[in-house]
Design a protein around this ligand. Sequence first.
Ligand SMILES: [Zn+2]
Length: 224
Amino acid sequence: MLRNFFKSFLNLFLKPNCPLCDRPSDTQLCPYCQRQIFRCQFPPEKKFSKEVPLYVWGQYKGTLKQAIVAMKYNNHPEIAEPLGYWLAEGWLNSSDNINHKRPVVVPIPMFPDKQKKRGFNQAELLARSFCRATGLPLKSQGLERIRDTKAQFSLSLQQRQDNLKDAFRLGGDLRQSNVNSVLIVDDIYTTGATVKAAIAALKRHKIAVVGVIAIATTKSLSDK
Ligand SMILES: [Zn+2]
């Protein structure tokens, strides 16, 4: 009993370790890794806009990539908290967020089986933290993924679009609502095929997408 007492006493003072570098840390990510992540942030004027305003926080590389990989594949959902907060901070400072009234925030959903296996949807967790920081309403079940999609990375753009066609439909959170403007949240923006399919699903119900935000992109600064 005494040993248990000392153990729990000690635990009061032992800090959990940073999931990226294993240093003791008061926050989900240690200050050192936070600084490294901010080196992956895009300058404020960087835009990847096409049909809809797109805001991406940073480049999918270095410590930012490491953090996203740890979050998704090494069971560290808590990393979504700071990432979602930084996403909110960056988006609020970008010009994209002005000129439209409060949209509801909808994360890109995962296929249910896949989410069950992982235990969480990282886009939803990012959206949750983003909404806490911005005060925007969250509709985490705004969309549903009705088709499992093959791994996207090995496919061409056309193949990706075919693969994703009709992959989404309106979810329970939006079916009986009068929501007419949505801000979509995803974790990584690649070709935009996923987002395009999600926008199409919302459009079928006359819901406008006022913007798309993601924490990282695989596109480089020179891409248009
Ligand atoms: Zn660290």
